[in-house]
Design a protein around this ligand. Structure first.
Ligand SMILES: CCCCCCCCCCCC(=O)SCCNC(=O)CCNC(=O)[C@H](O)C(C)(C)COP(=O)(O)OP(=O)(O)OC[C@H]1O[C@@H](n2cnc3c(N)ncnc32)[C@H](O)[C@@H]1OP(=O)(O)O
Length: 206
């Protein structure tokens, strides 16, 4: 079931890339649109949910997550590694590959996607450090072009904590060079800690 959804999402990502890249006759687009409509009707028949209704996916991030969900076609997806796997102790290491559909300025990834990756990375770092929370402030520095079409190395870690406030940082690297970095403040939320399986927010938590 899960595997099928992941395969479908991968095909849809391919579809999105090709839709952005391909040019051709109107008839080709019309035929493709008809076939996609047929696929949509298969999925529509399987749910009562309306598009836009909150999915309420919960925690921790799963197959439908916006950044790392292999079953979410909008997710690149971001592959979260184990602590210490490729980062130093206490770091979260991740890999993510963006595509042409994520382009901003010509030939480089859109800054909004770069920020989303960094936001997710600091969220993961806070959770791994035992303080799952929501980002209330994210400052992004864009140092050089973040490319698409190549795996990006993402690193993040919790830097400090003061009461409910968690301070974290993250970087995106390619060829060993930092393309973008972020500092963030997150605020621990008890509901997230409970969903995270008993990880406890810091002192003074809500
Ligand atoms: C399980 C696996 C997970 C795995 C994790 C996986 C990664 C998931 C990544 C998802 C990342 C996101 O998209 S997060 C979604 C985007 N962010 C949001 O939607 C958050 C929107 N904001 C909120 O909903 C709210 O601010 C809350 C609930 C977070 C906090 O509200 P609150 O509970 O009323 O807390 P409040 O008293 O206002 O603030 C608490 C403390 O934080 C400070 N504070 C508040 N805002 C700011 C700010 N912008 N900059 C600095 N500091 C701030 C306050 O001064 C206060 O300090 P003091 O007085 O205590 O000193």
């Amino acid at each position: 079931m899960l595997e099928g959804k992941a395969i479908l999402a991968a095909r849809i990502r391919e579809l999105i890339e090709l839709t952005v890249l391909v040019d051709g006759p109107e008839s080709m687009f019309a035929e493709a649109a008809d076939r996609v409509a047929a696929v949509v009707s298969i999925l529509r028949a399987a749910t009562d949910s309306e598009p836009g209704v909150p999915a309420g996916r919960g925690w921790p991030p799963g197959v439908d997550d916006a950044l790392e969900g292999v079953g979410n076609p909008l997710a690149p997806p971001m592959i979260i590694g184990h602590p210490g796997e490729s980062g130093a102790d206490g770091e979260v290491a991740a890999l993510v590959t963006l595509g042409s559909a994520h382009e901003g300025a010509p030939g480089r990834a859109h800054g909004g996607w770069v920020a989303a990756i960094l936001d997710h990375a600091v969220g993961r770092a806070a959770a791994q450090a035992g303080s799952p929370g929501m980002t209330v402030s994210l400052t992004v520095d864009y140092h050089r072009a973040t490319p698409y079409g190549v795996p990006l190395d993402v690193r993040s870690r919790r830097v400090d904590q003061a009461g409910r406030k968690v301070f974290a940082s993250a970087e995106i690297l390619t060829d060993g060079q930092v393309t973008a970095s972020a500092t963030a403040t997150l605020v621990t939320v008890r509901a997230l800690a409970n969903k995270a399986g008993g990880e406890r927010p810091g002192p003074g938590s809500d």
